[in-house]
Design a protein around this ligand. Structure first.
Ligand code: AMP
Length: 281
């Protein structure tokens, strides 16, 4: 695996590979890698000739500076895991490399209503930061395919919009959420949970299953209340949202119509750690 910190060096290498008709797959991450991230790498390995993974904890997408400071960093283990999964190139730029203009100034991305609902509502500016960094990465890597996880469902929708807005010639491939054996969605943030909270955290998965199993038997209000009770009783101190939305638009639904594809989404805090998850209904 080649490890690069310099975007010009990366661009140059990729230009050579592209001139040899090699297709490029890209997996952007913030590190503290787990099997969920590696599922993206494996998909890329299957579909593309060259797999580039980036590790960059992007300061502009954190609305809470403490969350940024506490974000787990496990770079040595990450390198090992990427090596074991035959990643071709690892790109680990510094903040100065990604933001030579400084962190403050940036263009505004017109992602419409997606900006202010769910994650956008509870993390103001988050998706502007996501768009800003991914726009830069897409410009540097110019991948044929970019691989992202459906665990970050709204993020995938925002990135689709970014690709459309700038007519970027990259296909977005969305990969299913990988879960621990007890159902908890794999996440770098799980590393910050103590043993008791780690066990209780599965309540999000059980609440999502409760919604799925009862979708034809209960009103939306009852589903949300039942899920909230399960999550609170498990020891979560705060629920940001539990929503049942149209899977295409992410607009919350108020009653259930047979044909509409739905997704249930949750964000909640346990032991000061904010976890998100979702499930197609
Ligand atoms: P992150 O490092 O959290 O920014 O995640 C990097 C990429 O991995 C994003 O596209 C995530 O959606 C994806 N990802 C995170 N957790 C999982 C998971 N449990 N299963 C599949 N993909 C995931």
């Amino acid at each position: 695996m080649i490890v690069l910190k310099d975007s010009k060096a990366l661009k140059k290498r990729l230009a050579t590979m592209r001139s040899q008709s090699q297709s490029i797959g890209f997996v952007p991450t913030m590190g503290a890698l787990h099997q969920g991230h590696l599922a993206l790498v494996q998909q890329s390995k299957r579909q593309c000739s060259v797999t580039v993974c980036s590790i960059f904890v992007n300061p502009t997408q954190f609305n809470d500076p403490r969350d940024f400071e506490k974000y787990p960093v496990t770079i040595e283990n990450d390198i090992l895991l990427l090596e074991q999964n035959n990643t071709d190139i690892l790109f680990i730029p510094s903040v100065a490399e990604m933001y030579p203009e400084g962190l403050k100034d940036g263009i505004h991305y017109d992602i419409g209503y997606l900006e202010n609902i769910l994650e956008g509502y509870y993390r103001p500016g988050h998706f502007q930061g996501v768009c800003r960094v991914l726009h830069k990465f897409l410009d540097i890597v110019e991948p044929d395919v970019m691989f992202m996880g459906s665990k970050d469902y709204q993020q995938c929708m925002v990135v689709k919009r970014l690709i459309e807005l700038f007519a970027i010639p990259t296909r977005l491939q969305i990969v299913d959420t990988l879960r621990e054996p007890d159902g908890l969605a794999m996440s770098s943030r799980n590393l910050r949970l103590n043993a008791r909270d780690r066990q209780s955290a599965t309540a999000i998965y059980h609440a999502l299953n409760f919604i799925k199993e009862n979708i034809h038997y209960k009103e939306i209000v009852g589903l949300r209340q039942g899920a909230a009770k399960m999550i609170s009783e498990a020891g979560f101190e705060k629920i940001d949202y539990i929503e049942i939305c149209d899977a295409q638009t992410l607009q919350p639904v108020t009653n259930i119509e047979g044909q509409t594809k739905l997704v249930a989404l949750v964000a909640a805090f346990i032991g000061g750690v904010r976890l998100i998850d979702n499930m197609m209904i």
